[in-house]
Write a protein of this length. Structure first.
Length: 207
């Protein structure tokens, strides 16, 4: 379990050992630890979604069973990333929970579109299904970065943001938005709004 220590202004484990510094949305060296955990959660979720898709393809489960199990996997992913980003379940306020719930509602709405497409036949049970599921899993990164921004404003009192390019190939949107530098918070489009969609691995810095 990971907790946020207000006294230390750091993430600590159950033994009180610091594993990452800062919940203010800034780019800290220690935040790489949290980002690595988030990436692992996303990886495992995508693997679970793909396994469910294989079962659907071979007729091992129904569309309804696929939908229910996928929603559970996505809920667990976004909730885990949310509580991790906010310092653990014991440090999450009611307002924090509302932020996570809003993310879940939005993601479930997107996923229902996929289910509807499968039922109608618009979505074939082929490789394109796997690629689409990958996008839903990769949306976890947007949850992480978005909640870091929420915490930067709510708990850090930050007023400006800038986009930081991730260690990957960059689409033209990400390059353009990073180039403009510091802007009032809420001005720059969120992760997922670019041409690269949920494949985006950019971050934000705040001041």
């Amino acid at each position: 379990m990971i907790f946020w220590s207000q006294e230390l202004q750091a993430y600590v484990n159950e033994n009180g050992e610091v594993i990452a510094w800062g919940n203010d949305g800034q780019v800290h060296e220690g935040n790489d630890t949290i980002a690595a955990i988030v990436s692992e959660i996303i990886f495992l979720t995508i693997a679970a979604l793909r396994a469910l898709a294989v079962q659907l393809q071979i007729g091992g489960i129904t569309v309804s069973e696929f939908s229910l199990s996928s929603i559970v996997a996505l809920k667990d992913m976004h909730a885990s990333i949310g509580t991790l980003t906010m310092g653990g379940v014991y440090n999450v306020s009611q307002n924090d929970l509302k932020q996570i719930e809003n993310i879940l509602q939005g993601q479930f709405g997107y996923f229902q579109g996929l289910v509807d497409d499968i039922i109608s036949g618009r979505q074939k049970l082929d490789g394109s299904l796997m690629r689409r599921l990958d996008m839903y899993g990769n949306a976890g990164w947007g949850t992480f970065i978005g909640l870091m921004g929420y915490m930067a404003v709510t708990y850090g009192g930050k007023t400006q943001e800038r986009r930081i390019l991730g260690a990957a190939d960059h689409c033209r949107d990400c390059l353009d938005w990073a180039r403009v530098g510091w802007q009032p918070i809420g001005t720059l489009p969120p992760i997922g709004a670019s041409v690269c969609k949920t494949n985006c691995h950019c971050a934000f810095e705040y001041k």
